[in-house]
Ligand binder design. Sequence first.
Ligand code: NAD
Ligand code: UDP
Ligand code: UDP
Length: 326
Amino acid sequence: MSVMSRRILVTGGAGFLGSHLCERLVAAGHDVLCIDNYFTGRRANVAHLIGHPRFEIMRHDVTFPLYVEVDEIYNLACPASPIHYQHDPVQTTKTSVHGAINMLGLAKRLRAKILQASTSEVYGDPTVHPQTENYWGNVNPIGFRSCYDEGKRCAETLFFDYHRQHRLRIKVARIFNTYGPRMHPQDGRVVSNFIMQALAGAPITIYGDGSQTRSFCFVDDLIEGLIRLMETGDEITGPMNIGNPVEMSIRELAEAVIELTGSRSELVYEPLPHDDPVQRKPDIAFARRALGWEPKVKLKDGLKRTIAYFAALREDLEATGGVGNG
Ligand code: NAD
Ligand code: UDP
Ligand code: UDP
């Protein structure tokens, strides 16, 4: 990492990934401006940074213009879990599309470098496996997941058009399923659901028959990949897959969580959500080559750290009597 301190904007900075990113950037000596509308993010995620001389937080919705002065922008603002992004799907598309336009307009005025947190969802229910960046995807344009998938695809289009039309320095990261401390305990994602259920001794809800696959990346590895991508020269724009290529079935994940928590929870089977991708695994050859990066944290180690986080959170919740948004 360059020793030069920069002013860096992180949108969605109070969310799961955003809070880890802010923390890393502050620790590296940068001035960080975190903006968030707190739709799924929580002030508690960045509470330990508040008061730090190089950290500033502002309530702001990226669908509205933003006039600030920075050198780099990480655009992470967008609900990421299916239940949250489907809660107000029109707002989800606005966040991805209007949010991208505003942040690209800001980057254009400032000649700032800008990174987009895109997603493996741009591949939809993929027919190419593992997914390589040159695969165009298999996406339903009118389904329940489309607000997220198509919003993110349109954001990628905007990034590449601003790059071609206005010579903007862009980086597009296609992030695959990531887990770790500070995931929202009730956002419905599989890792948080399974761990919360296992710790409560409640049934573990497997959607479908649990044979669908995902590849889970621990948050520290993911953040390292994003920062390295931002630091590349202008010739690297992406899109670049950032994720862990170790693929497993959802049933195997449930078994791992049960083993590591020592839970007696039983497995229950519930209907598969609409358009739930059957398989997902990143091909990370490009990231390996261009960033010298690959994930280091093994699933069991990452799950142990995540379980410890949720166990502590449950104790706090029991002490205070509910999930605060503070
Ligand atoms: P998250 O929901 O924890 O974080 C998103 C943050 O954006 C939240 O703090 C939320 O309040 C904020 N936000 C939402 N709409 C906003 C708006 N209009 N204006 C300002 N802030 C807004 O989710 P996350 O897992 O941290 O995801 C961060 C980014 O990474 C998202 O763009 C997501 O699409 C992408 N991503 C995440 C994963 C993953 O597995 N975690 C996978 C693929 C892509
Ligand atoms: N924008 C912003 N901050 C800035 C500059 C622009 O939020 O510092 C927003 C503004 O809302 C604008 C959008 O970015 O509509 C796109 O900007 P661009 O310059 O590409 O287009 P235009 O200003 O012509 O709409
Ligand atoms: N899933 C599950 N039980 C749950 C939550 C999710 O079986 O309680 C499944 C879900 O159907 C999907 C996979 O786990 O096949 C990953 O779901 P998640 O919502 O975490 O992410 P995404 O589908 O966006 O990859």
